[in-house]
Design a protein around this ligand. Structure first.
Ligand code: TEU
Length: 615
């Protein structure tokens, strides 16, 4: 089924209710009571209204959300079962991490068939029902589009590896070996994979190497090959758009174009003989052409309610805002927005990913300022996100107070992405868990084994302890613990044995209790998501200004839209603080406070946050 025609890309789209006092097409006249001194920016009405700018997105990690049949893994019927929960939270668009058939070496980011469902998650009929249920609830649903690589179990790769003359040979990158002066076989170039070691694996069958930027089981697709690109568009995109999905989160979106021919990168300061070559496979020479083509495919379709489909790119390793704008400037018609990782990865080691790097609040402020303001005066759009399935929980990494973090995010400009469990303040795995035993991610497993091996060799237990602490904070496993639904066995996640251990603390931290408690993180999230709808002109679309840039205790920002102003003050410390820039908020009304009181005090309690508005 193909949906009706696309609305013109210039049409102004509004959705959701507005408070009667406001209108989405704000006229810009200043009520006399509000004639204050803040500046009015000429660009502040530049951002066109779009459904995907205003919708609250929610990421589901299917394996860990809800198990409906007792096999220990979450599944599609489990998501169906929780639709009322998602609706009551205020979710307006679901993003499902991969649900496709896969050997699950990388939890579904290694896809063996784009057109079928991983059997433990359900069958195609379940997916169709879920799509329908979302749409019946006026909720959009987007899927993860993982097309930098497939699994080595994908039919395309099996065919490709079978012979040098296979019609699919060129769907992947195959290259002959090089030989060193001793006749030793060497990969075609010295690039390192994300998982460590060479990015090339030797294949006995045809006596050549294939490229994999990630794991050996994730061979990179060759986007240079036009037939390969069409196969990707048909199988991974149109197949699902035909079934009614409303867009995609696009995995590793900057990596499809590689610099060819494959050449060694200089070793530089790297102590490794296999250096990272990200300059040669990230933001490559044809990347924008490819993304533009993908965007053309999306434009053949609309959402269930006749609006443009959405594309959200996962854009790591693109630190320069100018380069990011090349991907998301509306005029260029590539991506609608990107998720970049400065916040989700904050504290992760750059060189050794599990050696934590300490950071100060001023650094977090600078990151937020950078990605909030880089769209000012442009036609591009930004996102607000603190958690995903690749990092530790925000309450472990950023501040030990879920309500504070909720308010911090809810006032920011851009599309808000919540990750499952974030709304109840789910924690990292307990520190007494045995990493070798309880962490399931092969990345964690190989890093931990390597750390143990090195400690064994060097006797450096201090380093081992540091790696351990880093993993306890930053490993991908933390966000993959089963969802804590209730205080029933296995946190109500499954009646069987969960694929991953449930957090020991679920009796004290679960959605059921929080639904009933007025002062819970969940209740607070519901409240701020509603406010974000109600005050969307200023909260979603307003201009962001960071105040008190250098302060290391309190995060203060101002949002402005015409004469509307909101100021958010957040005490990131465990002790009382005085609100900096008190003159900013004096006379304004407290719209919401983590402390539940509406008084206007110059002192902020530990981890207290407030949002003030001037109307
Ligand atoms: O992650 C892309 C990625 O390279 C990193 O952001 C990620 O943090 C890294 O894998 C950590 O080791 C995406 C997916 O989000 C991730 O789950 C997949 O493993 C990866 O792509 C490969 O598909």
């Amino acid at each position: 089924m193909q949906f009706a025609t696309m609305p013109s890309s210039n049409s102004s789209i509004t959705s959701g209710s507005m408070p009667s006092s406001m209108s989405s097409s704000f006229s810009g006249t200043l009520p006399s009571s509000l004639s204050s001194s803040f500046s009015i920016h000429p660009d502040q009405f530049a951002h066109k209204r779009r459904w995907w700018k205003e919708a609250n997105f929610y990421q589901i990690y299917p394996a860990s959300f809800k198990d409906s049949n007792g096999d220990g893994r979450g599944d599609l019927p489990g998501i169906m079962e929780k639709m009322p929960y998602l609706r009551s939270l205020g979710v307006e668009a679901l993003w499902l991490s991969p649900i496709f058939d896969s050997p699950q070496i990388d939890m579904g980011y290694d896809i063996s068939d784009y057109e079928s469902i991983f059997p433990p998650y359900g069958i195609m009929a379940d997916m169709k029902e879920l799509i329908r249920a979302c749409h019946d609830s006026n909720m959009k649903i987007i899927l993860d589009l993982v097309v930098n690589h497939t699994s080595d179990q994908h039919a395309w790769f099996k065919e490709s590896r079978s012979s040098k003359s296979s019609p699919k040979r060129d769907f992947y990158f195959w290259r002959p070996a090089q030989y060193d002066e001793n006749g030793q076989r060497m990969p075609p170039c010295n690039w390192r994979s994300y998982r460590g070691g060479s990015a090339w694996t030797w294949d006995e069958c045809t006596q050549e190497y294939y490229l994999h930027i990630y794991d050996t089981c994730q061979p990179d697709l060759n986007w240079e090959n036009a037939e390969c690109r069409q196969a990707i568009y048909n199988s991974a995109m149109r197949f699902w758009l035909d079934k009614g999905v409303d867009g995609f989160r696009i995995d590793t979106v900057s990596k499809y174009s590689k610099v060819l021919p494959f050449e060694d990168v200089p070793l530089g300061d790297s102590r490794s003989s296999v250096p990272s070559a990200e300059g040669l496979w990230c933001n490559g020479p044809r990347i924008h052409e490819y993304i533009h083509e993908m965007s053309d495919v999306l434009k053949e379709y609309t959402t269930f309610d006749g609006l443009p489909c959405v594309s959200v790119g996962e854009l790591a390793r693109c630190p320069d805002p100018e380069n990011v704008l090349e991907y998301i400037s509306a005029e260029r018609e590539e991506l609608d927005m990107v998720l970049q990782s400065d916040i989700t990865r904050l504290g992760k080691g750059r060189v050794e990913r599990y050696l934590s790097e300490p950071w100060k609040l001023s650094k977090l402020k600078a990151i937020v300022k950078k990605w909030q303001t880089f769209i000012d005066g442009t036609d591009a759009w930004t996102t607000v996100c603190a958690e995903n399935h690749d990092n530790g929980r925000s309450v472990a990494r950023l501040a030990a107070c879920p309500k504070l973090l909720a308010l911090w995010l809810a006032g920011q400009t851009g599309t808000l992405f919540l990750y499952q469990g974030q709304e109840i303040g789910m924690l990292n795995a307990p520190e007494d868990w045995d990493i070798g035993e309880e962490y399931k991610d092969p990345v964690a497993q190989s890093d931990w084994k390597e750390a143990l091996r090195q400690a064994d060799m060097t006797g450096d237990m201090v380093k081992l302890q540091k790696v351990k602490e880093g993993m306890q904070l930053n490993a991908r496993d933390h966000s993959r613990l089963p969802f804590q639904w209730s205080n029933e066995p296995n946190a109500g996640f499954s009646t069987g044995t969960p694929w991953m251990r449930v957090h020991d603390d679920y009796a004290n931290l679960n959605a059921k209790d929080q639904e009933a408690a007025l002062d819970s993180a969940l209740t607070f999230w519901k409240q701020v998501l509603l406010l974000r709808k109600e005050y969307k002109d200023v909260l979603v679309y307003g201009t962001f200004e960071l105040l008190d840039e250098g302060g290391e205790e309190v995060f203060v920002y101002r949002k402005v839209c015409g004469e509307m102003k909101a100021v958010v003050v957040l005490n990131f410390t465990e002790v009382e603080q005085i609100v900096p820039c008190w003159e900013e908020v004096e006379g304004m009304k407290v719209l919401v406070s983590t402390a539940g009181e509406v008084g206007c005090r110059v002192v902020l309690g530990r981890h207290e946050g407030r949002m003030y508005v001037n109307y």
